[in-house]
Design a protein around this ligand. Structure first.
Ligand code: DGL
Length: 258
């Protein structure tokens, strides 16, 4: 049993990190489209092509299921991907539903942080429209965080000034729940907490996606008793360079600390 995980870059590791907790004995393929990251700032049609090229490649590695561990790719292509490939495809979307449920009957609002493309897409518009009956959901693009993550910049010294500056455009006191609607953002949870008012909840779709994957494998009776191996791929080739592989593994350790 092999499960593919796909993202534009290292964001997908934050979802894989959760999946490993729920499904430690699967064999995984992690594919990052490092040549074309960031997706969130590019034209939709161009990104759609990158996504299909990547998933074509992943399909050739004989996966039994694929997790599109990218909110942007999910919003653009999930329906078409499901029509094209015959293995189960699990997507991720901003966790608006639990966020709205959390805030029901309370005074504070929800702020969704994601890429520009995710927030501009019809899928996000429809998601919010179907859930946000009291007009409590706002959104803000944070493309800089994708860039920091891709450059392995995770320290507050460099990230905090950026965050302080972009978050000036919103009144943070109004929000009770922040949704991390991009899989690159969980690396910065601890840093975000330094700026956010106390008692703000931060949620993402990562755990829900990992649980969804487990549920689908259970339904198909496909839970593995294998080794939990991970093979890494980048934009059409298998990563053999141990330095790069160790960097991916270091990201998992980093996530244990945030
Ligand atoms: N990690 C991706 C997401 O969840 C996209 C980041 C990007 O490539 O812009 O949306």
């Amino acid at each position: 049993m092999r499960i593919g995980f796909f993202d534009s870059g290292i964001g997908g590791i934050t979802v894989l990190h959760q999946a490993l907790k729920f499904l430690p004995n699967e064999d995984y393929i992690f594919y990052a489209d490092t040549l074309h990251v960031p997706y969130g700032e590019k034209p939709k049609e161009e990104v759609r092509q990158y996504i299909f090229n990547a998933v074509d490649f992943i399909a050739k590695q004989e996966v039994n299921a694929l997790v599109v561990a990218c909110n942007t790719a999910t919003s653009i292509a999930i329906e078409d991907l499901r029509k094209t490939y015959d293995f189960p495809i699990i997507g991720i979307e901003p966790a608006v539903k639990p966020a709205v449920q959390q805030r029901e009957g309370k005074r504070k609002k929800v702020l969704v942080l994601a890429t520009n493309l995710t927030l501009k897409e019809e899928r996000f518009y429809n998601l919010v429209k179907s859930l946000d009956h009291y007009d409590i959901v706002d959104s803000l693009p944070l493309p800089g965080l994708v860039e920091f993550a891709e450059n392995f910049i995770f320290d507050g010294e460099r990230v905090l000034p950026y965050l302080r500056n972009v978050l000036l455009s919103v009144d943070l006191k109004q929000y009770g729940t922040i949704v991390l609607g991009c899989t690159h953002f969980p690396y910065f949870e601890k840093i975000l907490k330094e700026i956010l008012p106390k008692n703000v909840d931060i949620i993402s779709g990562n755990i829900g996606t990992a649980k969804n994957l487990r549920r689908i494998l259970e339904t198909k009776n496909q839970i593995n008793k294998g080794s939990g191996d991970i093979l890494f791929f980048q934009s059409g080739y298998k990563v053999e360079d141990n330095e790069i592989i160790s960097k991916y593994k270091e990201l998992m350790d980093l996530l244990d600390q945030v």
